[in-house]
Design a protein around this ligand. Sequence first.
Ligand SMILES: [Zn+2]
Length: 265
Amino acid sequence: MSFCCVQSQAQSTKLWNNKQCAVVLTYDDAIDIDLDNVVPALDSVKLKGTFYLIGSSPVIEKRMPEWRLAAKNGHELGNHALYHPCDGSLPGRSFVGPDNDLSKYTVSRAVSEIRLNNTLLKAIDGKTERTFAYPCGDLKIGDVYFYDQLKKDFAGARGVSPGLQLASDVKLDNIRCYMINGQSAEYMINLVKEAQKSHTLLVFLFHGVGGGHSLNVDLQAHSKLLHYLKTNQKNIWVAPMVDVAKFVATQQAGKPSLPKSIMKN
Ligand SMILES: [Zn+2]
């Protein structure tokens, strides 16, 4: 193999902040278990995650100093809307009540409630940049993609469709992720290994961790995943979604990603 090809291969394997791949750990719905189980687990291995908070969750009001401390320690408080409205007109949505039925919302109401949730989150963490996660993964009100009006308010938005993506292929208004509900540590670690091999972005979506939600992951399985990520930190970039979304935006804008020694030439 010639020098040129060895070098270009070395570059291609360091596409994500000089690492093989990026992994984002996201936790939805502002539940007690986030503060009881997840933050301590992440802090014990010094990894940072993203918590998508529903502004109206009683856990925000009750435990505000703990959310503030989590943000101060580098975790992202993401926006999961003020009331978590979901499209009640879709099949299997009998859980959606009339007060939080997205299909009954006007677009401007959805947009203003999400902006109000940003104001609340800024009052908690003092930050002006964060990401959004679509409640129930619902992108539209009628035919309108409501996030189109919110693009300037966020670094990106996480959806619920699965997939590993190269930085060039990530859609920042609907970032793919793998929703975990009962899968094993082996399944999750294999996804990470797949991302390492393909040099892609892997986003995990968790709800309960060791309980706390009907969608759940075993506490030990979650811990094994964190330890795999920690052990392989040299090759895996684990960061909050806001950091990864900003990195993707820079890459897609065509900014040079070559090592500094080469850029100088
Ligand atoms: Zn949710």
